[in-house]
Design a protein around this ligand. Sequence first.
Ligand SMILES: NC(=O)c1ccc[n+]([C@@H]2O[C@H](COP(=O)([O-])OP(=O)(O)OC[C@H]3O[C@@H](n4cnc5c(N)ncnc54)[C@H](O)[C@@H]3O)[C@@H](O)[C@H]2O)c1
Ligand SMILES: O=C(O)C[C@H](O)C(=O)O
Length: 243
Amino acid sequence: MQPSAEANQRIARISAHLQPFNLQMEGNSGLRRGDCRTKGGDPGFKVAILGAAGGIGQPLSMLMKMNPLVSVLHLYDVVNSPGVTADVSHMDTGAVVRGFLGQPQLENALTGMDLVIIPAGVPRKPGMTRDDLFNINAGIVKTLCELISKCCPKVIVNLISNPVNSTVPIAAEVFKKSRTYDPKRLLGVTMLDVVRANTFVAEVLGLDPREVDVPVVGGHSGVTILPLLSQVKPPLLIHCRRN
Ligand SMILES: NC(=O)c1ccc[n+]([C@@H]2O[C@H](COP(=O)([O-])OP(=O)(O)OC[C@H]3O[C@@H](n4cnc5c(N)ncnc54)[C@H](O)[C@@H]3O)[C@@H](O)[C@H]2O)c1
Ligand SMILES: O=C(O)C[C@H](O)C(=O)O
């Protein structure tokens, strides 16, 4: 190859990095490797994150890009997904990252996915309960799930949007209506309660939280969060003081 041609190719490659949106923002979800900067070669899970540009969505997108089990990562939001997609796509891990912005691109974001994770919606402000989010987030989750039932009816849906105790039943009703409901494929994220319980009990026991296992059952709101303190490993010996 002529030195000048080689230099031109190098410049083109660098330009592609500096202007990634043309490569990463696509209207067509059919995966064409030639269009993607990262060449995720291994078969793996295809994951879509809806609400990918938010406070939860961004670190979640990064963790999914770091996950060696994920081969394709679709990042959807109604705002800011081009920038988040560009940043996440620069990570030198295998998953192919594609960005999708706004409702018209949602169908393409969903088609062909194995797992859809949903942190889309509004978070609490000081003084609010998770139930105060219901009116807005219930509508968002309903709309997203209606399209999921059309575009990827066999997908696993993992709901983060609060109030999880209510958004999961809403999703279930949408899927029942479209005859795509499978309880094994609909989940609500309550892991935070387990993580917190492990940390708080470890503090009491003076242990490393990684050594503590507190089973938590119930929901993800107030009194519905039930840590099973009788089942803690290592056993939690509580001495009650009698007055
Ligand atoms: N289950 C849990 O353990 C848990 C933990 C933390 C937060 N949450 C919940 O997750 C949700 C998100 O929290 P956050 O801090 O990321 O909020 P955020 O406001 O930072 O981000 C929400 C994102 O959702 C996007 N969004 C809004 N409507 C959308 C739609 N129709 N389609 C796609 N995207 C849409 C917004 O543009 C934004 O980027 C809140 O409801 C919060 O309560 C749940
Ligand atoms: O509390 C919230 O509103 C967010 C999340 O559900 C949490 O438990 O931190």
